[in-house]
Design a protein around this ligand. Structure first.
Ligand code: GLU
Length: 502
């Protein structure tokens, strides 16, 4: 294979959607797997859809996910600039080259005229397509006389340049995920390549840039599949070698139907963006995975498995492992269901792997925010609590009872744990605990267990009410560990309080 060069080519029309981020990731993985180059190209030819801050957002999102581009706007601009608005001087000549070659033509039809055609067709139950069957009847350089054409150009009448789609041809195309795709060119319309505002359309700019930037593989979302025939025809018209194509399957809503769209925003109860986004016009905030407490490694992991799988049972992958395992041939044709619950499961796996010191310092910051100070060893406490945590912010809720004695006891738990005779038993336990001089987890466990065994009663009879007294419910980590962490005095105080209340 010649040098692999792939690009992620977003349009800065808003925040990068999670689906766009997956496209970037797949391009990145493919590049790294094949010792290739990953390029970021900003496709901003549609000035009407430009959104302030979107480009910076895209870069920040890639950065956060640790998938840096090798070439891009402002970085190793080998074939730069990498932003289409800065290349706009370049495209017209290519459009004109196609006119010279007979593959494109000038069209002068006004928006009103086209609209009238559309309406007329609709009234007859038809769809208006500007192509082989009517192009000779519309106002363009194919239908106009040479003088009329010259006059229109002379007077500066606005025009667009349209592609002259070949007629009556069965186009056979290859997609690295979908296999062979066949289409009759008569079903295609003569797409606009160059607009009256002097800017190229997406199609022209995309093809010209992919060619000039020596892109070897185009990996993009399924929504671009309908553009593939035109793109292949454009390469042919220019007499350029086309890159290989791969169209990734759609990401579907959790119900398994319909594309997960930007507009789903927070409506479905989970973010669809990597980072928080504040709309520059409305000020509306859309939430992001970063701010929701997900780690970038989690997001990368769950995105990689949307529409791709290694063909094994393995689910947890570091970025390095993903690069090693990545194979585009294993990407799925059918849509991938987005599963927010599974995404949380991934996050839960990653919080278990997190460096304990880092997690502890997150926890410390959280406590500081809440104005809580404690003499408890927080590293030990973090180690104890993380098993049940999904996000680092959960640590506080999970361990709240370490900082304040329970104000009440869960009714159901109390009913289950505190029976007749429990109070007397707990009084005896207090005496026992007061007699344990080394109140470490290990020793407290041994001593209390021995005491229970000697009494010939079930462990639950002691451990459940003890837990209830310390936690206020029947949840939490090992009860001896909780007691040892709280210390002998606090354990006794909480037992006394429970005896009094229950
Ligand atoms: N600018 C297009 C987008 O916004 C790029 C499509 C492609 O990769 O060809 O997704």
């Amino acid at each position: 294979m010649s040098a692999v060069r792939v690009r992620f080519a977003p349009s800065p029309t808003g925040p990068l959607h999670i689906g766009g981020l997956r496209t970037a990731l797949f391009n990145y993985l493919f590049a790294k797997k094949n010792n290739g180059t990953f390029i970021l190209r900003i496709e901003d030819t549609d000035q009407t859809r430009f959104v302030d801050g979107a480009e910076a957002y895209i870069k920040e999102a890639l950065d956060w996910c640790n998938i840096p581009y090798d070439e891009g706007h402002g970085k190793n601009e080998k074939f730069g600039p990498y932003k289409q608005s800065e290349r706009k001087h370049l495209y017209k000549a290519y459009a004109e080259e196609l006119i010279t070659k007979g593959n494109a033509y000038y069209a002068f039809d006004t928006a009103e005229a086209l609209d009238a055609h559309r309406k007329e067709h609709e009234a007859n139950g038809k769809t208006f397509i500007y192509n082989w069957h009517n192009r000779e009847k519309l106002t363009n350089s194919l239908s106009l006389s040479a003088e009329d054409l010259a006059a229109k150009i002379e007077t500066g009448e606005p025009y667009v340049i349209r592609f002259k789609t070949p007629q009556d041809e069965t186009l056979v195309m290859q997609d690295n995920i979908r296999g062979t795709i066949t289409i009759n060119t008569n079903t295609l319309d003569d797409k606009v390549l160059f607009k009256s505002d002097g800017m190229p359309t997406y199609h022209l700019a995309n093809i010209v840039d992919d060619h000039l930037m020596e892109i070897s593989h185009v990996i993009r979302g399924e929504e671009w599949l309908p553009s593939m025939p035109l793109h292949i025809l454009l390469y042919r018209a220019f007499n350029w070698k086309a890159p290989e194509f791969a169209h990734l399957s759609l990401i579907l809503k959790p119900v398994g139907k319909g594309k997960l769209s930007k507009r789903d925003g927070d409506k479905l109860g989970f973010p669809v963006f990597p980072l928080n986004w504040e709309d520059p016009k409305s000020g509306e905030i859309s939430s992001g995975y970063r701010e929701a407490g997900f780690y970038p490694e989690t997001v990368v992991n769950f995105l990689a498995l949307l529409g791709w799988n290694p063909g094994t049972e393995q689910e947890i992958f570091s970025l390095e492992e993903l690069i090693a395992a990545f194979d585009l041939a294993k990407a799925n044709k059918s849509g991938a269901k987005f599963d927010p619950e599974k995404n949380k499961w991934f996050q839960q796996q990653y919080i278990q792997k997190k460096d304990l010191k880092e997690l502890t310092s997150n926890f410390k910051a959280l406590l500081k925010d809440k104005g809580i100070s404690t003499s408890i060893n927080l590293e030990n406490l973090t180690a104890m609590l993380r098993e049940r945590a999904i996000f680092s912010s959960d640590l506080y809720e999970l361990g709240k009872y370490f900082f304040e004695a329970p104000a009440s006891y869960e009714t159901k738990a109390a009913k289950k744990a505190w029976k007749d005779g429990t109070s007397d038993l707990m009084k005896e336990l207090i005496v026992k605990i007061e007699g344990i001089s080394d109140f470490s987890t290990e020793n407290a466990t041994t001593e209390i267990k021995a005491w229970i065994t000697a009494k010939e009663i079930g462990f639950g009879k002691v451990m459940m009410p003890l837990r209830l007294a310390l936690v206020g419910s029947l949840s939490g980590p090992d009860v001896y560990e909780i007691a040892a962490t709280l210390g002998r005095e606090e354990t006794v105080a909480r037992l006394n309080k429970a005896i009094e209340v229950l």
